[in-house]
Ligand binder design. Structure first.
Ligand SMILES: [Zn+2]
Length: 571
């Protein structure tokens, strides 16, 4: 008798193998058998007509603070994520010297738009070193598995103090950073992360380490080689082009470790991603593992009256008279024809040219709708609608923002949507060396909500896409399970095979429905965040225990801190 049998499902096992009708049997939290005719289970799930997949492994999240007070980590856990990796993009909360807590919070708030007040109230700081942070995480019961990377900003702040942003470092300082990284990896960090983009700023300017020299990165990188495990993760504007490529190559050559970075189709150089992938193919031929992370929908902002940004947020009438009113009152005032006329006669007052351009990029602002449309046709943009109706774009967008009692969201794709379709994204997703990433779960609370990407992969790419080719089910599942687990050296999960961890989703693909994101105010200190609900996950199972049943949390807490370990054969 097995502990649990998921019977007669359509098994898509995460290896890329064709789907088959069969059973998944679980004993002791581990997959005992996959096939047909499984013995009886103490508990059985009738999965007839349902998909049975591995739990999703999301390698790009920012729950580093939330993970210390919240065992559930929604919305990721709502969407079938059973393992998530945090500590991405160089920001996080350990190591930390007493007195530096506020600085690390300000970096996280600036880069990832997580309310600082929520972090202040939520984090209890029961650690100083990274190993102590890991121990604090390990002690807490949780719904799903979490893994942590050690962030460059925290290491720099710890070693350099007030000089955290300096570029000219002594050998001793570089050695100290490498030593801290090594300690973190030995304690089970699954990687090291850094930011090399000018888009990531806080009130202190570019985040520490943005322009770190190759010798610093390579010295820290050598800690990964010494530890025999761990990924080097970065977010970069260069996206694997020169001059970054030369130290990336050196890193891989000397350490044998994986380097992963965020790849996107940029509106400034719309074809550069292809060149980058070609270079990575060439390096792969030399045995060097550089893994671009790509999202399964455009990285886009959601403008709305409750968001951090929208086209009227710096108009004087809005800023001075309306911004602080409760939503219902704001909507009522905005509907007043006199307010409308006055506001629409004004101009944005921001001195930030990037913000100004984003807020009026009318050809790339669309109504998101419910169900949300993340691949909107160009003729539905603000610009196209305004031209068709002979109105100003501002008039159109003003009306849209008042829909759904002021809760309507507008989708403003930043990257991966240059041609207003997903053809480039699809090519990136199907490239043999990319993995899915960039859900940014837990981050960008006031403007982006992409933790639902694993669900969207099925609803859009496998089932609904009309504006181009879809992606086969088996491939899509592998992208979010076997492939992501493999890149992060988590060999015990990611596929449904005997001996693997019993992390499973049972999904009604026909009924799978993604709702529009909504703003909730449930972070500590009433902090706001966008969340996105879903229907159609019939069960989510972590280590053999059901954590969600028909969308309802069961209260089970089988999640653990995952500690990285030296990989067999690492040099
Ligand atoms: Zn990130």
């Amino acid at each position: 008798m097995h502990d649990l049998v998921i019977r007669n499902g359509t098994v898509v096992d995460g290896t890329g193998r064709p789907r088959f009708e069969g059973d998944v049997a679980v004993d002791g939290g581990v997959v005992a058998a996959v096939g047909t005719g499984a013995a009886r289970g103490r508990r059985e799930i009738n999965a007839k007509g349902l998909l049975v997949t591995p739990g999703w492994v999301d390698v790009h999240t920012h729950y580093d603070g939330q993970v210390t007070w919240d065992p559930v980590l929604a919305p990721s856990s709502w969407h079938g994520v059973t393992t998530l990796v945090m500590g991405n993009c160089g920001v996080g909360f350990a190591p930390v010297r007493p007195g530096q807590e506020d600085f690390l919070i300000e970096l996280m708030e600036g880069v990832e738009d997580i309310p600082g007040t929520a972090l202040h109230e939520g984090i209890k700081w029961r650690w100083e070193s990274f190993p102590e942070y890991m121990d604090a995480l390990a002690q807490m019961p949780r719904l799903l598995d979490v893994a942590a990377q050690v962030p460059h900003c925290a290491i720099r702040a710890y070693v350099l103090g007030e000089r955290a942003h300096d570029l000219d470092l002594s050998d001793d300082e570089i050695t100290a950073m490498a030593r801290l990284t090594r300690d973190a990896l030995r304690a089970g960090a699954v990687g090291f992360s850094t930011s090399r983009t000018i888009l990531h700023r806080s009130r202190h300017g570019l985040v520490p380490g943005t322009h770190s020299k190759p010798e610093e990165l390579l010295a820290i990188g050598s800690a990964l080689g010494d530890a025999g495990h761990g990924v080097f993760e970065m977010v970069s504007d260069l996206q694997g082009q020169e001059p970054d490529l030369s130290w990336m190559r050196d890193f891989c050559r000397t350490t044998g470790r994986v380097l992963t970075f965020a790849l996107a189709q940029s509106p400034i150089q719309p074809m550069a991603w292809r060149e980058t992938l070609a270079r990575i193919d060439a390096l792969d031929a030399e045995g060097l593992r550089i893994v671009p992370q790509v999202p399964c929908r455009p990285t886009g902002m959601l403008y709305g009256l409750q968001s951090s940004l929208h086209p009227f947020i710096t108009h004087p009438t809005y800023r001075n008279e309306l911004a602080d009113l409760p939503l219902a009152e704001r909507v009522a005032r905005l509907r007043d024809p006199a307010v409308r006329a006055r506001l629409l006669a004004e101009e944005p007052t921001t001195g930030n040219p990037i913000a100004r351009a984003l807020m009026s990029n009318w050809s790339h602002i669309f109504p998101l709708g419910d169900p949300p449309d993340y691949e909107p046709a160009p003729e539905t943009s603000v610009a196209a609608t305004a031209a068709r109706e002979g109105r100003r774009p501002e008039d159109v967008v003003y009306d849209w923002m008042l829909e759904r009692e002021g809760r309507q969201l507008l989708f403003a794709p930043l990257a991966n949507y240059v041609d207003c379709n997903f053809d480039a994204l699809r090519e990136m997703m199907l490239h043999p060396r990319t993995v899915l990433g960039l859900s940014d779960g837990g981050a960008h609370c006031g403007l982006i909500c992409d933790a639902s990407m694993p669900t969207y992969l099925l609803t859009h790419w496998v089932r609904d896409r009309r504006r181009g080719e879809r992606i086969p089910l088996e491939h899509a599942v592998r992208l979010q399970t076997g492939n992501t687990a493999a890149v992060y050296g988590l060999p015990d999960r990611g596929t449904l095979e005997p001996g693997k961890k019993a992390d499973v989703n049972v999904i009604d693909l026909d009924a799978l429905r993604l709702h529009a994101p909504e703003m909730v105010f449930d972070l500590p200190a009433g902090g706001r965040r966008l969340v996105q609900r879903v229907e159609g996950y019939r069960a989510t199972i972590v280590a053999g225990e059901m954590t969600y049943e028909d969308g309802q949390e069961t209260g089970a807490r089988p999640g653990r801190l995952v500690r990285g370990r030296p990989e067999p054969g690492a040099r």
